[in-house]
Design a protein around this ligand. Structure first.
Ligand SMILES: Cc1ncc(COP(=O)(O)O)c(C=O)c1O
Length: 341
């Protein structure tokens, strides 16, 4: 298979149209058999549920080439499961988990020319999503839905190594108590846009959101969960009903315990104790772990001992072990790597 003519190391993190996408429609109470199509455009009613009441959810995962030349993706079963949870919470029909995985596999195979080569640092980002397509004017769930998967090649998240970032404690919330923070609903991301534009305008890379109920506990950023490291090398990660259960975070917790023999605490983390940690990182599919060097809370700075030059030692070990597993350099736990080709 001839690869697309792209400068793989310099493609950035934006949308590039690929050859095929997967589409399945839900009508009269059932999903059709689904197919790969060429057309990247969608025609729906001006009154579609997604356009009027934001009835949409999505997932994000990556396919990439391993050292031995296979095309694989990482734990797509967990994305399938999370999309079931998202759909249920938004009163959308569930797209069956095994069909989700099949749709991802078919989309990647059909766009093999766009799967970046091993060593380029680039990956094929896969975006499964679902939306209410039929008209609704009273506030209620749509009757018809579309499930789609497209793929787009994205460049390495960090060019020239992962430098620690500076983030701020946000004055905005990304989720409500008992709201939709724990699912991947489009509406959560619409809510976060003003907050992230504000943070960027002020010179920060990301927002740290606190719990919306009491504003005393650490939640997550707009696109990643937190990991902290204590002075005695314990890994601590916030537990909350209003954060997205990150697949990367769940994998890193396993790696910390089972591969590195570290103690891990998944618990409520009060903002007041953040100053006592020595390392901090953000974990998500895009970057695996982004090190945080500093957190600014209304002018007060918390600077981590790991500094502004490189990842802290524990964060680095976690990062190297998980990326080693993903790339096939380290043996993966059963079922983590889905071989596509
Ligand atoms: C709000 C939020 N938290 C955390 C994550 C990280 O999740 P994952 O590791 O599954 O990519 C994401 C990205 O998907 C996200 O959007």
């Amino acid at each position: 298979m001839e690869k697309a003519n792209l400068d793989w190391s310099n493609i950035g993190f934006g949308y590039i149209k690929t050859d095929k996408r997967y589409v399945s429609n839900f009508k009269d109470g059932k999903w059709d058999e689904g197919a790969l199509v060429d057309d990247d455009k969608i025609t729906i009613s001006e009154c579609a549920g997604v356009l009027q009441y934001a009835q949409t959810c999505f997932e994000g995962l990556k396919a990439y080439t391993t050292e031995d030349g296979h095309i694989v993706c990482f734990r797509p079963d967990l994305n399938a499961q999370r999309m079931v949870d998202s759909a249920k919470r938004l009163e959308m029909p569930v797209f069956p988990e095994e069909r989700f995985i099949e749709a991802v596999v078919e989309t990647v195979k059909a766009n093999e020319a766009f799967v970046p080569p091993y060593g380029s640092g680039a990956t094929l980002y896969i975006r499964p999503y679902m939306f209410g397509s039929s008209p609704v004017i009273g506030v209620k769930p749509a009757d018809e839905y579309q499930f789609r998967v497209f793929a787009t090649p994205v460049g390495p998240y960090f060019k020239g190594g992962a430098k620690p970032i500076v983030i701020k404690v946000s004055d905005f919330d990304r989720a409500a108590p008992h709201g939709t923070g724990n699912i991947k609903a489009g509406l959560n991301y619409a809510m976060s846009l003003h907050a992230i534009v504000t943070a960027h305008d002020e010179g920060f890379s990301e927002n740290m959101y606190l719990d919306p109920g009491t504003r005393t506990k650490v939640e997550e950023t707009g696109g990643a969960n937190f990991l902290f490291v204590t002075k005695d090398n314990k890994v601590v990660t916030p537990k909350s009903d209003s954060i997205l259960p990150s697949i990367t975070r769940r994998s890193l917790v396993y790696v910390a315990k089972e591969y590195l023999g570290l103690e891990v605490e998944e618990r409520e983390v009060y903002f007041d104790e953040v100053k006592d940690f020595v390392e901090c990182g953000l974990c998500g599919t895009a970057a695996v772990i982004s090190p945080v060097g500093k957190i600014v809370d209304h002018g007060k700075e918390i600077a981590f001992a790991s500094g502004m030059e490189e990842m802290g030692p524990v964060t680095k070990k976690l990062y190297e072990t998980l990326t080693g597993i993903q790339m096939g350099r380290i043996e993966a736990p059963e079922g983590w790597i889905k071989v596509i080709k």
